[in-house]
Structures are given as C-alpha cells and as structure tokens.
Design a protein around this ligand. Sequence first.
Ligand SMILES: Nc1ncnc2c1ncn2[C@@H]1O[C@H](COP(=O)(O)OP(=O)(O)O)[C@@H](O)[C@H]1O
Ligand SMILES: [Mg+2]
Length: 565
Amino acid sequence: MVGRDGIAFAIPLLIRSGIRTLTTARSNPQAGTDILWIGLAIVAVAIPRSGFQTLARLNLIGTSRSVEYAIRGDLLRHLFRLDASFWGHTRTGDVMASATNDLNAVRMMLGPGLTSMFESLIALPVAIAVLASVNWRLTVAAMLPAPFAVLLLVRFGGIIRRRFDRIQALFSTMSAAVQQTIAGARVVRSFVREKAEQSRFEGMNRSYVRLNCILGLYASTLDPLLTFTTGISVLIVLWYGGSLVVAHQLSVPNFVMFTTYMAMLVRPIASLGRVVNMMQRGMASVARLQLLFDETPEIDPGAWLEPHEARSNSAQEAAGGISLKQVSVFYGSHAALDSIDLEIAAGSTLAILGESGAGKSTLVKLITRTIDPTIGCISFDGVDCREMPLTSVRTLVGVVPQETFLFSITLADNIALGVGAVPLDQIRHAASIAGLDPDLAALPDGFDTIVGERGIMLSGGQKQRIAIARAILKNPRILVLDDALSSVDSVTEQRILEHLKGVMAERTTILVTHRVATAMRADHIILLRQGHIVEQGTHSALLEMSGRYARLARLQVLEEELEVL
Ligand SMILES: Nc1ncnc2c1ncn2[C@@H]1O[C@H](COP(=O)(O)OP(=O)(O)O)[C@@H](O)[C@H]1O
Ligand SMILES: [Mg+2]
C-alpha cells in the first residue's frame, strides 16, 4: 500500500513538469519529445500502481478470510466446551446469528474496512505534507472544512453502531424464531398455529427491513456529506489558489499539481464514511462475540483426553462403583435432589422409580456429569468425580437418554457414533441385543439406510432401541437407561431387557423406569419423591414394606390384567 501510494504521488509531480515544459515550449525545441516522455512516464507509473493495489487488496482480504476461518473454528470448539448451564439460558438462534452475521461483520472490518482505512490514513498525511511543501497557506485554507468532516464521522459512527446493534439483536430474535419454528414444525402444524406464527414472523421481518433501510439511509447520507466537505475544500483552493496565481505568489504548474492532489484526495476522504460504517459494525460484532467467548462451562472439563486414552485410563482399573454422599442439586432455589446418600456397588443393577419431576433425570445427569452437585460429592470407585477429566467420566458411563438425537447419517454410523470405525459384526450384535432386528428388516437399505433429519423418520421406540445399541457398542463400565424404554410397550420392554441381561451382568447398570416389572430385575430399588429417597431395598423387601412401591406394584399388575382382557 505504501508502495502503491508512493507511486501514485508521483503522478501530479509528472503533470507539473509536463505543464512547466508546456509553458516554456516556445523557447524549447525539445518540448514535444519531453511531453511525450512525461506522458509515457505517467502510464509507466500507473501500471505498477494498479498491480500494487491488487496485491495489497488480495493480501488483506485473504488475511481477513483466514481470521474469519480461525474465529469460526474457535467458536465451534468453544461451543462444544459449554455445558447445560450455558444452553439453559441461550437461544440456539442467537448463537447461529452470531456465527453468521457477527463473523461476517468482523471479516468486513478486517478486510475491506482496514484496507480502506489504511488507504485513507496513509494518503491523507502524505498528501497534506506534499501540499504544505508547495504552499502551506493554501494547504491550511484547504483544510478549513476538515473539523466539520471529523464531526460528521464521529456523530455518524455512534449512530451507525447503535443502529447496527439493534439490527443484530432483531436478527438474533428472528433466527431464534426460525430455528424454533423449524424444530417445532410438527407442533405448530398440529395446533394449527401456522397463520399466527407467520404473522408474528412477518412483523419482525418488516421491522428488520425498516431498521436496515434507516441504517442504509444514515450510511448513504454520510458519503455525500463528506464529498460535499471536500467539494468546499476544492472550491477554496480554486478561489484562493487562483488569486495567489494572479498575484504571482503561486506558479501555474504548482497550482495544477495542487488541484490534482486535491482531486486525488476526494476518494479516500469519501471512503472514510464507508470505513466508519464497517468499523462500527465490526466493533459491535466483536463485542457480541466477546460475550459469547466469555461464557465458561460450569463443569471444568479438566485435561482433554482422546477417547481411546480415556478408555485405556479408566476401563482397566474401573470397577464401576458409584457413591453419592449428601448430594443436593438446586435449580435456582428449588432442590431437585436433597441430601441423597447412595452406594451403587460395582457390577450391580439399580432401579430408580418415581413420578415425573421426582429428580430421576437429575440423578442421571449427576452420574454422566452433565451437572455437578450443588452440595456434596459423587465419586467413581472412590475417586471424586471433580478430580477426573470429563472425558474419563464420559467414557466410563454410557447413557441412553430419554430423548435421542439421530444424525442424518446411516443407521450403522448412528449406532457407532461413540466408537468410530468398528466391524459391522459388532454393530449387528449391539443392534440385535437392543431388539432392532425386526426394525432392520423393515428398513429399505438395512444398516445403510440414512435416518434422522434428512432420512427416514423413525418412531420414538425405534429411536430408543438405536440409542440402546449405541450405548451397548460403546461398552461402558456403567450403563444408564433414563426411562429409555418408556415408548415401547411392556412386552417389548421385557423382551429387550431379557436380551440385555448378559450386558447388564458384566457392568453397573442404572435403570430409570416407571414399571415395577422392570424394577424387579434390579438388585436394589430406590423410590424418589420430590428429591428424596422415600423407600429403598430389594423388590421383595419393598413389597413387604407395603408402602408406595407395594401399592404401585399392585396397581400395575391390575393394569396388565386389564390389558390382557
Ligand atoms: N434445567 C433445569 N432447570 C430448572 N429446573 C429443572 C431443570 N431440570 C429439571 N428441573 C426441575 O427439577 C425437578 C426434577 O426434574 P427431573 O430430574 O427431570 O425429574 P424426572 O426425571 O424425575 O421427571 C423438576 O421439578 C424439574 O422441574
Ligand atoms: Mg426424567
């Protein structure tokens, strides 16, 4: 850029010598050829000038793209580290808006924004210095409108930034609305909410357009205003400079050179408006991205281990015993679990029963370390979980969640999600234990069928069986089924559990369920109610107690008899 502008500044000098040659042409027989040479020199100067310009632009714009690439990568890595505490208070749409619009604004600031800013910032002082060396009085006069231009830039800069902030906030809300409408499309349709959702969205969309138009108006007023101030400068130069020429205080060649420099300055000054616009948008976006980057996960993930390291670290010595001591979990001021003491022996099976909201999933989240206890301590084989790297815990524990997410990849890849490349035999085996055989027969391409969002839609029960196969294939020391069989009928549930017997015998298993028929398979049963363990023991001990469990058992036997009828 410096090279480029250095070259550009040679042009008015050449023009000046051209005019000098012309004014002395009568006494100089060489004048014609001199003029030709000067003309050629101007052309020769212009060629590398555009070459420099192209190189400089390519360089800066390439850099801004790499910066954008790096920030986007960092952002995704950062988002992966954030846990439930972050996603609980953030809309997916906001994050999506930041990842697209804010990143774009930052790139514009670093690429075209910085390019134009450097162009202007280098061009202005150099030009002023050259002008002052020709005639400083005329230079000062030409600069008179400058404070007005600065005032304009500052005023408009503030306005643009505030306006852009509002636009980005609205864009976030709109992205969130789009994301939720798509995610909840089925609900929207089944409750005939399309019209209402559409008009709500249309309102936002209209404001978005209106706000953008207003911002565009401000941005596009700035450019002509700046051009107007430079116009006044040119006017001053013509008038005052002209009178200097008449008074023989300024030579004609110098006057022409002066005005040529002035003309060269119009573009960088006018582009300052664009610079301010891009810089202000960029800064607003940087601030918003910074907020996102400042989020920290509530659970310190500890050292990041590759899954195979974590596996070999933990799997060898891990027996799979879990111990909870005086554990409480608060969501705000509400205790989801209250002073729980629980010993789960390695290799045993624990069943957790309780009505919805009792705290069952919260207990599961503790064991998978999705959350940490507010008070108390949970340990695996005697090691406080807070002293274990998060990846070790996650490798130790395999969970079949209440809600499963399937990726738009083949069934086989979905099952092998946690383990990477494995022989199809192993996938087939896991699928078979999970009771997927009848479903497989119905799928067009078997294991190669694409499922999930952009593939075949599966029923809730089928998804759960895939999730079970996923967990089995991962071969964890601790297997957790969080109400994972709730969407299959009780006959299928018992059949799957029968298949799972072998898998469960080798490891610690936790079954969250509301069926007594499932709970009775466990070595130990706990009954949760409002965050407390209200009854616990073996199936027969609990029946003898004639408490809630016994009542539930009687009720469910009755239900089954009714079902048979
Ligand atoms: N992320 C959360 N934020 C606030 N409250 C929650 C959250 N998750 C669960 N709860 C509350 O904690 C209690 C226990 O929830 P949960 O463990 O999901 O129960 P269960 O799985 O037994 O139905 C409920 O009252 C529920 O409303
Ligand atoms: Mg639950």
